[in-house]
Design a binder for this molecule. Structure first.
Ligand SMILES: NC(=O)c1ccc[n+]([C@@H]2O[C@H](COP(=O)([O-])OP(=O)(O)OC[C@H]3O[C@@H](n4cnc5c(N)ncnc54)[C@H](OP(=O)(O)O)[C@@H]3O)[C@@H](O)[C@H]2O)c1
Length: 273
């Protein structure tokens, strides 16, 4: 039996498993993690198979998903490499192992250097909103990645939301932009400010979540341009315009641009595998 095998049973794995369950995904999934209690919890919640032995987990993989934190990638790839050199001899020219790294910022060159052929590498950056089937995953494929396996990777993430292919050189820029943390962060700040103006918590969050989410969903579903919708919702000289002007004068756009650059710089540090 060949399965999709997750190495790392943490936050993003749990979010993807929740989305896959919602999508009635029935193909075999195996999770490996160094924490037995996390494996037990995932097995109980999602009825996935769990495998505490790394080598045995890797041997079951049709698609191997690296879902450990970037700082742990080197160690786990070294471990697999040692196990693989024995498995490679046993396979004698069998099919390549298809791997997909979720690790932020770690480029193919580093992944390949740690674990090369017969492993073929792809990278994916899924959103934890996959939990509800509303995810967005960027994918990119290393040179020599088999065409048939591209579909395997794309189709897997498509079960939990939209999938976009992004060249590796733009992967980090996508990553720092697409995170739902932007929305949560803005929601917290807006609701907090509303509470300071005297709204109770419930009303503050109702107002702030409408402000951030509902208009954007309508924009995405409709045909109006963003400029048109901005014009409609902020009468020149009116209240909303005054609020936006105040934000712009305080450097809103510059702050966002600087924040994304800080994310990129952090991703580059991850690349020092
Ligand atoms: N969270 C997100 O929204 C998100 C989105 C896209 C991509 N990613 C990427 O996905 C990866 C995982 O992120 P996460 O937030 O899910 O991290 P996480 O919650 O810390 O999960 C990682 C899991 O892997 C385990 N682990 C680490 N090294 C291991 C090893 N050598 N053998 C077995 N298990 C090991 C960790 O155990 P310990 O707790 O003992 O360390 C932990 O249970 C990261 O590379 C991140 O960049 C995350």
């Amino acid at each position: 039996m060949k399965a999709t095998v997750f190495l790392g049973g943490g936050r993003i794995t749990a979010a993807l498993l929740a989305g896959l369950r919602l999508a009635n995904y029935r193909s075999p999934i195996v999770v490996h993690d160094r924490n037995p209690h996390k494996l037990r919890a995932l097995q109980k919640e999602f009825s996935v198979m769990v495998e505490p032995n790394l080598r045995s987990a890797v041997s079951q993989a049709r698609l191997l998903i690296i879902a450990v934190r970037p700082g742990d990638v080197a160690a786990i790839l070294t471990e697999i490499s040692q196990a693989e050199s024995q498995a490679k001899r046993a396979r004698r020219g069998g099919p390549a192992l298809i791997a997909c790294s979720l690790a932020a910022g770690i480029p193919f060159a580093k992944l390949r250097a740690r674990l090369g052929a017969p492993v073929r590498w792809s990278r994916a950056m899924p959103s934890p909103v996959a939990r509800t089937g509303n995810g967005l995953t960027s994918v990119t494929f290393d040179r020599g990645f088999p065409k048939s396996a591209r579909k395997l990777v794309r189709d897997f993430f498509a079960r939990v939301g939209a999938v976009v292919e992004v060249p590796e050189r733009k992967f980090d820029a996508f990553m720092v932009t697409f995170s739902p943390s932007h929305g949560y962060h803005a929601l917290a700040a807006l609701a907090q400010s509303a509470q300071k103006l005297g709204l109770d918590r419930y009303t503050a969050f109702a107002a702030a979540s409408h402000a951030l989410a509902d208009g954007i969903i309508s924009w995405r579903q409709g045909t109006e341009s963003l400029e048109g919708l901005l014009h409609e919702s902020a009468t020149p000289g009116g209240i909303a315009a005054a609020v936006m002007n105040a934000m712009d004068q305080r450097g809103y756009s510059k702050t966002v641009a600087r924040a994304l650059k800080a994310g990129l710089a952090r991703a580059r540090k991850n690349a020092n595998l």
